[in-house]
Design a protein around this ligand. Sequence first.
Ligand SMILES: [Zn+2]
Length: 302
Amino acid sequence: MHFTSQTALLALASAASAFDLSKANDLDGTVWPATSPAGSRLGARWNRPIKRQEGWNPPSSLVTPLQQVWDHCVNTYTDGLFGFKNYGWDQIMATQGKINVCVRWESDTPVSEAQRAQISTVVNQQYQRWFEWLYGFDNFPFQEVSTSVVGWAVKDASLLQGSTAGIDVYTDRDGEGAPQCAESCGRFFHQDGDYSGCPGGAERHYDNSLWLTDGMQGGAGGDWGQRIGAEYFIQSLGAENIHILLHEMGHSFGLDDFYDWTPAGITNFIMLAGSSTEVTEFDGWMLRNWWYELSRQRGWQS
Ligand SMILES: [Zn+2]
């Protein structure tokens, strides 16, 4: 697992368990495809699980590279990988398959009510690019992992135009002055699930943050959520695949970067930054590999 000293992490430095799975390279805008996300072709449909599958049965051509990736994670992540207890996996198991998201709006640009509704929809759509690999696979317990934006953190509440019914509005700041939803309501800060200090209680807690920062190139991702450029995200809202976000979401579920090596025979996948604008079959199987291994180690198979 990789610690970085990037800005994305500074705000989290006070929390001892801050893991940022994304390497510093994620923040380099030049590593990402120049392709406009809005111009991305429709995602090709690989072998999504049409019927239920149990056990470990990847296509033969992927067996070796998947094993290489898994071994690399086990050998390089802190605490042998399994010791960390706040992966996206731990979060969705705690919530029975629901992800509450806080949007951290680090921008002075006003946001309309319609934009906020669209953002909530798009965040869920992008998560589904990953989760569709899990439905029906190897006793994954949820037919749907639904996400919803429950809170917005802004510099000034007046930036949120129109009705804010249904969302909690925060003007809290982190240690670096960036807007954040109340720590009392955040999973990252309360991994024991005790949200008694959250004004709205557990029902209004958030599991991770989508941190949108003006002028940011590239991204960062970890158990705390994802951080990408605000302009990039807004311009990409109509895209089939918001590839930097997809990559960072992969980090939230434990997937690694590949700036320093690549698995045998695999050259294009979303976690190899800049090589793909969509979640590929190999990405999907890496995600499944995590479920296969972690669910058995954590006792989630039954
Ligand atoms: Zn990355």
